[in-house]
Write a protein that binds this ligand. Structure first.
Ligand code: SF4
Ligand code: ZN
Length: 290
């Protein structure tokens, strides 16, 4: 049985009613959930993906949409992975959703591939996560895959690409990116939500969340400059971050180029790729795997 939201405004000043309405409006306006959908939410054990799973589930129940919401967890095979898997199982149980656990080692040994290729662990980890998050739900019958990325994830990515003049990547910052070929449709219900709102929401519902950083990550450092910059701007206008995010999505909706890179099939595994062989197969070949 789900725990009802008991407090409208938390001690941290988070207005949970406005947050929930904003997330539901995002789901409705951008048609993130449609009749007949089977949505797999990629859950890490953290507050953001847990909030995405819970809110999508609430939305489907509240509006009686004929759609299924399920969870997918990727066990990365790191030191803290068993603990994360345990937390995710508790989250799924608390929310009454079906959970599928995929093991990264069945696809690629992340640490060995990083060492063999010289690529940073996070880069290899990101590649294998993207691979699994598309392949596994699709094979399980998913129509869409959802992630718990929040507003500051996208704004940090936006500014990084702007500074690096990688403008084409910024066009992908949208609540929904339609699938093509074997690529599943991606949805981001929390694109207009702040991390502290996700945290307060999970807390209000008594949902268990992991608070330990990945041993190979910088734990929020990637957002530090953007958070600092936006905090300063929000002193004058508390919704400046939200307006900025809305502006980016509006721009991308209106001006995203119609032509996109064709999606090819990897010659080795058959999964989608922009080249001849996908990143995971290239890394696997470095380890002598076929
Ligand atoms: Fe993977 Fe950890 Fe890096 Fe995140 S921080 S991409 S989980 S290695
Ligand atoms: Zn491949």
């Amino acid at each position: 049985m789900l725990v009802q939201i008991r407090i409208a405004v938390t001690k941290q000043g988070v207005d949970l009613g406005s947050y929930r309405r904003r997330v539901f409006e995002t789901i409705r306006r951008y048609r993130l959930v449609e009749m007949g959908d089977v949505i797999y939410v990629a859950v890490s054990g953290g507050k953001d993906s847990c909030a995405a799973l819970s809110l999508l589930r609430e939305y489907v129940e509240e509006y009686r949409v004929d759609a299924e919401v399920k969870a997918l967890h990727i066990n990365l095979g790191f030191g803290y992975s068993p603990k994360l898997e345990e937390i995710v199982k508790r989250q799924a149980e608390a929310l009454g959703v079906e959970l599928h656990v995929a093991y990264a080692k069945d696809y690629l040994d992340i640490l060995a591939a990083s060492k063999a290729s010289g690529r940073p662990i996070c880069s290899v980890c990101g590649a294998v996560k993207r691979y699994i998050m598309n392949k596994v739900p699709r094979e399980l019958g998913a129509t869409k895959v959802a992630t718990g990325h929040h507003m500051y994830d996208f704004l940090a990515y936006y500014f990084k690409n702007l500074a690096g003049q990688n403008h084409q990547w910024n066009f992908k910052i949208l609540p929904k990116v339609e699938g093509r070929g074997l690529l599943l449709t991606k949805i981001r219900p929390l694109i207009f939500a702040r991390p502290e709102e996700n945290e307060a929401y999970c807390k209000s519902k008594g949902l268990p969340v992991n608070e330990v950083c990945c041993e190979y990550g910088l734990c929020g450092a990637a957002h530090a400059e953007v958070v600092e910059m936006l905090r300063a701007a929000r002193r004058r206008d508390p919704d400046f971050d939200l307006k900025l995010m809305r502006g980016v999505v509006d721009f991308n909706t209106k001006f995203r180029p119609a032509e996109e890179e064709p999606v090819k099939k990897c010659k080795i595994c058959g999964e989608p790729t922009s080249g001849e062989v996908c990143t995971v197969c290239r890394l696997r070949s470095l380890l002598g795997a076929t």
